[in-house]
Design a protein around this ligand. Structure first.
Ligand code: NAD
Ligand code: MG
Length: 379
């Protein structure tokens, strides 16, 4: 039986990964999560009997240790425990942690020689150069779970290495596509948490509403596929049916379509290069009827413009954009700043990033800290 480790097992992607694992008949080596949802973690541990349950929050870990006394599951707490889970013997590590908190576990899993099914895009946005070179050195695969990147990855299968291509990165546009800045002034967290096509964790749902998510995905694509940012075009595609495409030199466009269901990209990252029956519903193109494509509005949605600028500058600018955004989203969800201030603060904090051409992991965490501090100073 194949086995999988899921980091971030209680989240939107984490729980869907377990559904996929069940469909595939796979087992679980280790589970890791933050620890806010103790009941779900207990249920997951009882169902899947992982060798290790790693819980970031120490008091949640202590509580789970008590609750799981009658089982063989080893429970450990803290960041080191999450890294221990990432390193444990397994067939593949699926990283569905949210935010830069996923970076060290990714590097730890690579160091242990594991292939990675990567949902945690912030890993590549903040530490892309370090992660991709560590993966190449170890000869491990980074298999994208993000639906757009999975679509690009699938579209590239069969294209010989070295053939130039352009990426057509699709975006749903989120709940506020077509709105003006004036109309977005009084958006509340509840408004922004309603996504038209996907049910996801809170942070990525806000990122989809600001288009930060698409900015992070441009940066993610640059690292995963080694393309220049100028060869990535973002297209707003409201139906979320074409998950992204590539355009080749002869004008041929190859894309991947499907229902907007993360079970498809999650499963393909696990079964690559093979295909298996999935829990996702099949696509009916006659039901969808119409597919539309439009240009994004980067004057209204500042986050997207900031991310493109950051990856063009390179260095630690993308790390700063990500750190500023993580802080700004947290403040917006607590109703400390407005919806439009997210984009304004991300732009300002990215601007002030230190320009380093080569950097270490410590520099990445320092750039993240400085960007968060900058955002707090704007309050
Ligand atoms: P979520 O908020 O629903 O879940 C996050 C998970 O990470 C939870 O299990 C939480 O306990 C865990 N976690 C948080 N901090 C942790 C830490 N320090 N150590 C260990 N675990 C920790 O988020 P999500 O929507 O599932 O998204 C996860 C990642 O996948 C994000 O990077 C997101 O951008 C990406 N992604 C999500 C979707 C989606 O449909 N939800 C699609 C594409 C990519
Ligand atoms: Mg995506």
């Amino acid at each position: 039986m194949k086995k999988l480790t899921v980091l971030g097992s209680t989240g939107s992607i984490g729980t869907q990964s377990l559904t996929v694992a069940k469909k595939l008949g796979w087992g679980i080596s280790a589970l890791a999560a933050g620890g806010k949802n103790i009941n779900l973690l207990e249920a997951q541990a009882r169902e899947w009997k992982p060798e290790l349950l790693a819980v970031m929050n120490e008091s949640a870990a202590a509580e789970l240790k008590l609750r799981l006394k009658d089982t063989s599951v080893k429970v450990c707490g803290g960041a080191e425990a999450v890294n221990e889970a990432a390193a444990m013997d397994t067939d593949i590590v699926l990283n569905a942690i949210v935010g830069i908190a996923g970076l060290k576990p990714t590097l730890t899993a690579i160091d242990a020689g594991h292939n990675i099914a990567l949902a945690n895009k912030e890993t590549l946005v903040t530490g892309g150069d370090l992660v991709m070179s560590a993966a190449a050195k170890k000869g491990v695969k980074i298999l994208p779970v993000d639906s757009e990147h999975s679509a690009i990855f699938q579209s590239l299968m069969g294209v010989p290495d070295g053939n130039p291509y352009k990426i057509l990165l699709t975006a749903s546009g989120g709940p506020f596509f077509g709105k003006t800045r004036d109309e977005l002034k009084n958006i509340t967290p509840a408004d922004a948490l309603k996504h038209p096509n996907w049910a996801m964790g809170q942070k990525i749902t806000i990122d989809s509403a600001t288009l930060m998510n698409k900015g992070l995905e441009v940066i993610e694509a640059v690292h995963l596929f080694g393309v220049s940012p100028k060869n990535i075009e973002v297209l707003v595609h409201r139906q979320s049916i074409l998950h992204s495409a590539i355009e080749l030199e002869d004008g041929a466009v190859i894309g991947q379509l499907g229902t907007p269901d993360m079970a498809i990209p999650i499963q393909f990252a696990l079964t690559y290069p093979n295909r298996m029956p999935s829990v996702a519903p099949k696509l009916s193109l006659t039901d969808v009827h119409t597919l539309t494509f439009e240009k994004p509005d980067t004057d209204t949605f500042l986050c997207l413009a900031t991310c493109i600028d950051a990856i063009n500058k390179g260095g630690l600018y993308p790390t700063a954009a990500n750190g500023a955004n993580e802080m700004a989203v947290e403040l917006f969800l607590k109703e400390k700043i407005s919806f439009l201030q997210i984009g304004e603060f991300v732009a300002r904090a990215t601007e002030q990033a230190v320009n380093l051409k080569s950097f270490t992991l410590d520099d990445v965490f320092e750039a993240d800290r400085l960007a968060r501090e900058a955002v707090l100073s704007y309050l």
